[in-house]
Design a protein around this ligand. Structure first.
Ligand code: HEM
Length: 136
């Protein structure tokens, strides 16, 4: 029973994380500088509470599933963790650039941060395929 509760909390955290990162990516990459100032202020509050907590939950419950139940030997998990580390790094860069862009809305972040939307969408497809299908 506990295994399924932990996995449910893991997947709930993943939903909130990906949802929050997609909003960050939209505002950073697609909202014109003229209107993104007020938007970024509100978004940073949401990001600091919900999205950051969700990232913590994804890691906490994911590692609980590893150390409590399935171990660390499967290839799919290694590939998945590489993608999740990439997403975690992207989230950190999103936070850093939203802070800078709130101070100076004309600032443009580097290409990796501006391309957040496709990076997140492709990563989610690969992560969910690896986690559910477990191909190797
Ligand atoms: C943050 C670090 C993460 C770790 C350490 C981790 C680890 C794990 C582990 C060990 C499982 C259990 C597999 C099983 O019992 O069959 C699992 C399941 C799952 N994870 Fe993650 N995960 C992480 C992040 C994510 C993210 C970001 C997503 C989605 C974007 C995700 C999606 C899933 C899904 C959909 C399952 C259920 C697979 C199934 O039941 O068939 N995980 N994860």
């Amino acid at each position: 029973m506990l295994y399924f509760v932990i996995k449910a909390l893991h997947i709930l955290s993943d939903f909130l994380l990906i949802g929050g990162m997609l909003i960050n990516a939209f505002v950073i990459g697609m909202v014109p500088p003229a209107i993104r100032v007020g938007v970024i202020a509100a978004l940073r509050r949401y990001d600091r509470t919900v999205t950051t907590a969700a990232l913590g939950g994804a890691w906490l419950f994911g590692l609980w599933l590893i150390f409590g139940y399935i171990g660390f030997s499967d290839g799919w998990l290694h590939a998945k963790l590489l993608l999740v580390i990439l997403l975690s790094a992207l989230h950190g860069m999103q936070q850093g650039w939203m802070r800078r862009m709130q101070a100076d809305p004309k600032l443009d972040p580097p290409a990796f941060v501006r391309a957040g939307m496709p990076i997140i969408l492709v990563s989610v497809v690969l992560i969910v395929a690896l986690a559910v299908i477990k191909p190797f």
